[in-house]
Write a protein that binds this ligand. Structure first.
Ligand SMILES: CC(C)(COP(=O)(O)O)[C@@H](O)C(=O)NCCC(=O)O
Ligand SMILES: [Mn+2]
Length: 903
């Protein structure tokens, strides 16, 4: 919303004044509203969530069970709108998780043990997803059709009230902001029978920005000369800042806190100006077309530069280079030329620079006026466009002499809509934290949301046929637009950005930068992290282009094998083949997109890529691609476990501890995600490979802290040591890895009086063992081992044990328990900023963490520090990683012991 052009644009409007204004407006509306529209709600009649008598419906073991609210009578809307001059922005919430066959399998397992969370809430009451969609305001009907087709105004197709038909549309109130909330209220009433409850635009913008800056980890970034860098915002040091929202017009708001702000300025030269003038001057048919034209433009043909005035020289005395724009459109004063003599590309770029530069400059002056160091720019004018951001950044940097910094927001265009959504008090979103959001990039959002609107694809078949049909289009989307030769001058004399980040894709680009936000309120920061603020899970920095290229190649080359396994896991049917093909295309498209713009989905690390691959598989309904392999390897390993245990029991404790650690490292070779290992499997049986791997376990290992660990475990000389109280073992692969490696180590800890929690994945990833599979494996192993059996019984793992209950209670009461906890992840790596509340609860009294495998101990967490002792064990199954990380070779081993970090 721009300032009134008839008023100076720096007219201040305080929030209090605004409040008075909007109350007055509301009163006027009330008087004017016909009685039939008495449903036009005021805050007093705002629907509230009544959680009295709330009960979990169905199985308590479900991750996101339905919460039954027997006393809830108000209509609950899951939709909010920001109806601007050019675009309608829609934020909607879908409550229900799709039920995967994995979940179904999980529910059928009776043996699963859950650690009690005490008073913690272990179920996500508001678990669900936040979706972001936009429409052109001129196509309001399409927006209404979209809402209607998804029944969003009634809480979504899946809402119980919609299915039972218990909800009447007359009572439905939808929060809306922006001018269109007034202008189009009748359309919504007539077409959907709903009332729009207007929320103040500035209130919403600020609420949306504050929410995003606090809740989304990689929301804010800087963009200078083509380089995008994410900025970690400290929640306690966020205010004050200047929020500049560039829509059709521009608002500049000084934000001092939640709900505390002042609109200090604005300018009527904004996105509408660019689009309006651009349309007249270039005959472009859409904003995006105009923006795309600018990519190929050279503004020096239109703008008068300092060099044009000074005969090619800089005006260095006052710090102006020859390429600085002295006068936007200054060259077009030439009387000999007509509009048709100028290239539309050059006009577009010149216009874009004029407007962006102007906004950057006015913003800085306002920041200066109020002593604000940080300026956040939002609004759909920006559209993730590199030139626009660079120009604004340059202006801020130039005029502030580097003292102020322009920052941009990934959800730039949705601030108002998010704010309107948050104004439903019942959602209680304002309390949510970064660790409770997981952003995902489903095929349905980035690739189909390509047009100005795009309902995420509904069912699997739609997704597959979209991939088949539009693969050509997908390639176009991800391919860079050819650039004009560089060398044109820009504002203030910086050359046009030459990084790949400045390529403009189709109009899908805006959607490509944001995904669907999964709200999982049960996620927590791992309580044993020494310093969560500085914790960075990824070891490999993919902003290094060489690294990026290497890992992209590795993942691309692994694809055919992965597809084979995935298709086989689903019986090799034609349907599975079709899905496999679609998966490969989808994942390749994501890779290509990220290769072109690594920061497109937020800060990119190797763990994100490995997780994206798993997410893509799940999206095409491959719930457990390695299931057959996992089962086969478990069986083979369980068959030799009794012999191994006997061998171990014949050793003295020192020899045994060493053999156990060797065993873990040797068995970590069974990794179906490593190309080198997969090649090995074609040459031998599981047992042969295991034996070979054990034989090669010569100390010293590449990183070898075994002696330190041994000292802590066994003491030295006469010195006795206290056993660890509770150890969390982050286990990795199925088969030999868990059965012959980690379980025997767990047994040793149990034998020494340490409680053991086996922490495993919530969802399958490659051949990793899942928490759901562990009780069965432990039960099998326990058949051959009393220590494991008693501990598993004490831990409640052996519900179906053969012994009678009384005996079990007697025996288990004096045993330390062996338990299982799920980690909340479905990836080969682990991000300790987001773990399940079950795992967080299990950290109580834990004084040892053991991380096993490349994914959890090397790719992520290699540099992580914990409040308790930590042992990191892995075999490095990749030559390049071995060289980079430990200056060694493939199959080298890492045994890193780190005593508790002093705080
Ligand atoms: C995916 C993995 C992290 C799994 O390793 P794990 O955690 O099972 O030890 C690893 O196999 C990997 O980094 N693979 C890609 C590198 C390669 O194929 O050489
Ligand atoms: Mn693994």
């Amino acid at each position: 919303m721009a300032g009134n052009p008839n008023k100076p644009c720096n007219t201040e409007t305080t929030k209090e004044e605004k409040g008075k204004d909007s109350n007055k407006k509301k009163e006027e509306e009330k008087e004017m509203a016909p009685t039939s529209s008495s449903a036009m709600h005021r805050s007093s009649s705002r629907p509230q969530l009544d959680v009295s008598g709330a009960a979990i419906q169905g199985n308590f073991e479900e991750r996101n069970p339905t919460i039954l609210l027997p006393n809830q009578s108000d209509d609950i809307s899951h939709l909010a709108l920001d109806i601007g001059g050019s675009l309608i922005k829609l934020v909607y919430f879908s409550r229900r998780e799709e039920q995967s066959s994995h979940d179904k399998r999980k529910r059928s397992s009776k043996q699963r043990f859950w650690i009690s969370n005490g008073n913690r809430r272990s179920y996500p009451i508001l678990g669900g997803r936040l979706h972001f969609v936009k429409f052109e305001t001129g196509k309001l009907n399409e927006c209404v059709d979209f809402i209607s087709s998804k029944q969003l105004h009634r809480g979504g197709i899946d809402s119980p009230s919609w299915r039972s038909g218990s909800q009447t549309d007359q009572n439905i109130v939808i929060k809306a902001t922006g001018g269109g909330a007034y202008k189009f209220a009748d359309v919504f009433r007539e077409r959907l029978g709903v009332s729009l409850e207007k929320e103040d635009e500035m209130d919403c913008l600020v609420a949306g920005a504050n929410f995003l800056l606090k809740a989304i980890r990689h929301e804010a970034f800087t963009h200078m000369e083509g380089q995008k860098e994410f900025v970690q915002i400290d929640h306690n040091d966020l205010f004050p800042y200047l929020l500049v929202n560039i829509g059709s017009g521009v608002s500049m708001i000084k934000v001092d806190g939640d709900g505390k702000f002042q609109r200090v300025s604005g300018t009527n030269v904004g996105g509408g100006t660019y689009w309006g003038l651009g349309r007249l001057l270039t005959k472009c048919k859409s904003f995006d077309e105009l923006l795309e034209l600018s990519q190929r433009g050279d503004n020096s043909n239109i703008d008068m530069l300092v060099g044009d005035i000074y005969g090619g020289l800089d005006y260095s005395k006052i710090g102006l280079s020859a390429s600085t724009i002295a006068s936007s459109f200054g060259k077009t004063i030439s009387e000999t030329k007509e509009l048709s003599d100028y290239r539309p590309e050059d006009i577009s770029l010149s216009l874009l620079r004029m407007i962006s530069y102007n906004i950057g400059q006015i913003s800085y002056l306002n920041a200066l006026r109020y002593g604000l160091k940080r300026i956040f720019f939002g609004g759909f004018f920006i559209r993730g466009h590199a030139y626009t951001m660079d120009t604004i950044s340059f202006a801020v940097h130039f005029w502030s002499k580097g003292q102020a910094q322009a920052m941009f927001l990934r959800h730039e265009g949705f601030l108002g809509a998010i704010g309107a959504f948050m104004s439903y008090e019942k959602h209680g979103l304002d309390d949510l934290m970064a660790h409770q959001f997981v952003e995902r990039f489903p095929m349905g959002a980035p690739y189909v949301g390509g047009k100005i609107h795009g309902p995420p694809l509904g069912d699997l078949n739609e997704k597959i046929s979209w991939m088949e049909k539009f693969i050509q289009k997908g390639t176009e989307i991800t391919a860079p637009v050819p650039m004009a030769p560089p060398g044109t001058t820009g504002v203030g004399g910086f050359e046009r950005p030459s990084s790949k980040g400045d390529t403009l894709r189709s109009d899908a680009s805006a959607e490509l930068n944001i995904g669907v936000l999964h709200l999982v309120p049960s996620l927590e920061v791992f309580p044993l992290l020494a310093d969560p603020k500085t914790y960075e899970p990824n070891t490999i920095d993919l902003s290094d282009h060489g690294e990026l290229e290497y890992w992209f190649t590795v993942l691309s080359e692994h694809l055919p094998d992965l597809v084979d396994k995935a298709v086989a896991s689903e019986g090799g049917t034609d349907d599975a083949k079709r899905r496999g093909d679609a998966f490969a295309r989808a994942f390749s498209a994501h890779l290509a997109r990220l290769m072109e713009e690594p920061a497109a989905y937020g800060k990119l690390g190797l763990a994100n890529l490995l997780e994206l691959r798993e997410e893509c598989l799940r999206e095409f309904n491959f719930t457990d691609a390695y299931i057959t392999i996992k089962q086969r390897e478990n069986e083979a390993s369980l068959a030799v476990l009794p012999d191994l245990l006997m061998e171990l029991d014949s050793m003295n404790e020192e020899r045994r501890l060493l053999t156990l650690i060797e065993g873990v490292l040797a068995a970590n070779i069974f990794d179906w995600g490593s190309r080198a290992c997969v090649d090995l499997y074609h040459k031998g049986t599981i047992i042969e490979i295991y034996r070979m791997s054990r034989k090669k376990m010569q100390r010293p290992w590449r990183t070898d802290d075994f002696d330190l660990f041994k000292k802590r475990m066994l003491g030295s000389g006469d010195q006795n040591v206290q056993p660890y109280k509770r150890a969390l073992l982050f286990v990795d692969n199925s088969g030999a890895d868990i059965v012959l490696g980690m379980l025997p180590l767990a047994r040793e800890l149990l034998r020494r009086g340490t409680e053991v929690v086996l922490v495993a994945n919530y969802l399958p990833a490659l051949n990793d063992v899942t928490a759901n599979e562990l009780p069965e494996i432990v039960a099998e192993a326990a058949k051959h081992c009393d220590i494991l059996r008693k501990a598993a019984e004490a831990g409640g793992l052996l519900v179906d044990a053969m012994i009678n209950i009384q005996d079990r209670q007697k025996e288990s009461s004096d045993s330390v328990p062996l338990m299982v906890a799920e980690n909340g992840c479905g990836s080969p790596c682990i991000d300790f900023r987001q773990v399940s509340s079950e795992l967080a609860a299990a950290t109580k009294d834990a004084d040892l963490v053991i991380l096993e495998g490349m994914g959890r101990a090397l790719h992520t967490n290699y540099n992580a520090r914990f409040k308790c002792d930590a042992l990191k064990l892995a075999m490095v199954k990749n030559q390049r990683l071995a060289e980079k990380l430990v200056n060694g070779n493939i199959y080298d081993c890492v045994c890193r012991f780190e005593p508790a970090q002093e705080l």
